[in-house]
Ligand binder design. Structure first.
Ligand SMILES: [Cu+2]
Length: 114
C-alpha cells in the first residue's frame, strides 16, 4: 500500500516536471534576468546586449534618485528609484532601446535586443 502511494507521488512529480518543460515555460526559464546597476551617475553596463524575451532589471546603487526613461518611448518609464529600488522591463522584440535618466539627462544607456 505504501509502495503504491509513493509511486503515485513520483508519477505526480514526473507529470509536473513534464508540464514545466513545455516549450513556453522552457523558454522563459532559460532566460535569466540581466542586471543593470545605476552607480556613480551612470548605467553599468552602459550598453547591454540580450536575447529577445530577457528581463532587464535596473537597480539604483546611488544615494540619489534616478529615473529610467526610454528615449523613443519604446517602453514604460520607471518611477523615481530611490537607493536600492529596482525597475524591470522584459524586452520581447529585437531592437535598439536607448534610455536616459530624467533627472540627470547626461546619464544614457542602451539595450540591444537580438
Ligand atoms: Cu539620475
Amino acid at each position: 500500500m505504501k509502495r503504491v502511494t509513493r509511486f503515485s507521488a513520483e508519477m505526480a512529480a514526473l507529470l509536473l516536471s513534464a508540464l514545466m518543460l513545455s516549450p513556453v515555460n522552457a523558454a522563459s526559464a532559460s532566460t535569466k534576468p540581466v542586471a543593470v546597476d545605476i552607480r556613480n551617475f551612470a548605467f553599468s553596463p552602459k550598453t547591454l546586449t540580450v536575447s529577445a524575451g530577457t528581463r532587464v532589471v535596473w537597480t539604483n546603487r546611488d544615494d540619489e534618485p534616478h529615473v529610467v526613461v526610454s528615449a523613443g518611448h519604446q517602453f514604460e518609464s520607471s518611477h523615481a528609484l530611490d537607493t536600492s529600488d529596482s525597475y524591470a522591463i522584459t524586452f520581447d522584440h529585437a531592437g535598439t532601446y536607448t534610455y536616459y535618466c530624467a533627472i540627470h539627462p547626461m546619464m544614457v544607456g542602451t539595450i540591444i535586443v537580438q
